[in-house]
Design a protein around this ligand. Structure first.
Ligand code: PBG
Length: 326
């Protein structure tokens, strides 16, 4: 036998490696989150997320057109309302920034898919993802009382033109209730991408600054999943698919690639991975400190999510990634 018997290095040459790549990230599979605020001509940089800003509706629509030109597949809209209250009524206000941006984007950037985050935390004065049980002394989120409000929010988003509703609240049963409400209002074609597997994660820190949505008291551990659990992720996914989820999401992404792979193996629906604010901030700040190459680190992280089984990638760096990959 000649030695070495096999030479895997032969395929790693510059001439061949791109031909034999098993995984690719395409701009069309990227989803760019946008934070939308009231007003005109507003662009407020978010200190903990270099390169990300809160945008007024006009700016968000203009950004959408650029993203469409870059071939980015979709935007995921998050709202920062003017006023908050106990029930989060701003979430379903037809004049709210998310609804207005959805309308504008559908008109001005028709090739871009419009997705909307469906949750109450940015709209409630207490910052929880649902309404509080008034009888409890501490902040207890009332699951079933929240469902109707989420359904109202989903319908308002669909009425504004959202093509995909993305519930991120983690209340039990919300996918089914949202599906029923959409169907009843004539929105059978509007899809649901559920945050099926959303962990109670420290990596959401910068996002809560961006959306001003940190809970005033307590934390989200009574509704978001324990990072210790993988089997439970499959249970959540199974329930959401049974209730009508068209796409299931895992979040955060990079620290949870084992979960992405397990979910991919367990279901037939498309799987999305969300590179959350803390993951994005780690790469940005490390690059700014000269510790790593931003472009290489970002592309590698996104590739790893695809390799683990994610079809869709939600990333704050979607525009840059599309430029670098395209
Ligand atoms: C709100 C929501 C959060 C994120 C998406 N939707 C924050 C949270 O649950 O506290 C996190 C996104 C990110 O960190 O990039 N329900």
């Amino acid at each position: 036998m000649p030695f070495p018997a096999e030479r895997p290095r032969r395929l790693r040459s510059a001439a061949l490696r791109h031909l034999v790549a098993e995984t690719r990230v395409l701009p069309a599979s990227l989803i760019q989150p946008l934070f939308v605020v009231p007003g005109r001509d507003v662009e407020q940089p978010i200190a903990s997320m270099p390169g990300v800003a809160r945008l007024s509706v006009d700016r968000a629509v203009a950004r959408g057109r650029q993203l469409a030109d870059l071939g980015v597949g979709a935007v995921l809209l998050f709202g920062v309302p003017e006023r908050k209250d106990a029930r989060g009524t701003g979430a379903w206000d037809p004049h709210g920034p998310v609804q207005q941006a959805a309308l504008g984007l559908r008109e001005s950037a028709p090739s871009l898919t419009v997705m909307t985050d469906c949750c109450l935390c940015a709209y409630t004065d207490h910052g929880h993802c649902g309404v509080l049980d008034g009888r409890a002394r501490e902040a207890v989120v009332d699951n079933d009382a929240t469902l109707a409000l989420l359904a109202k929010t989903a319908v308002a988003q669909a009425q504004a033109g959202a093509q995909v509703i993305a519930p991120s609240d983690m209340m039990d049963g919300r996918v089914g209730v949202i599906r029923q409400a959409l169907d009843a209002q004539g929105f059978a074609d509007v899809a649901i991408m559920s945050y099926a597997v959303k962990y109670a994660s420290a990596f959401y820190g910068p996002f809560r600054e961006a959306q001003d949505s940190a809970p005033q008291s307590g934390d989200r551990k009574s509704y978001q999943m324990d990072p210790a659990n993988r089997r439970e992720a499959l249970r959540e996914v199974r329930l959401d698919v049974a209730e009508g989820a068209d796409i299931v999401m895992i979040k955060p992404a990079l620290p949870y690639l084992d979960v992405v792979a397990a979910v991919r193996a367990a279901v037939d629906v498309p799987v999305a991975a969300y590179q959350v604010s803390g993951e994005y901030a780690m790469i940005k700040h490390a690059a700014q400190a000269g510790a790593l190459n931003e472009r290489a680190a970002l592309c590698e992280a996104l590739l790893a999510m695809r390799r683990a089984g994610a079809d869709l990638l939600i990333t704050y760096a979607a525009a840059d990634a599309a430029r670098w990959l395209g």
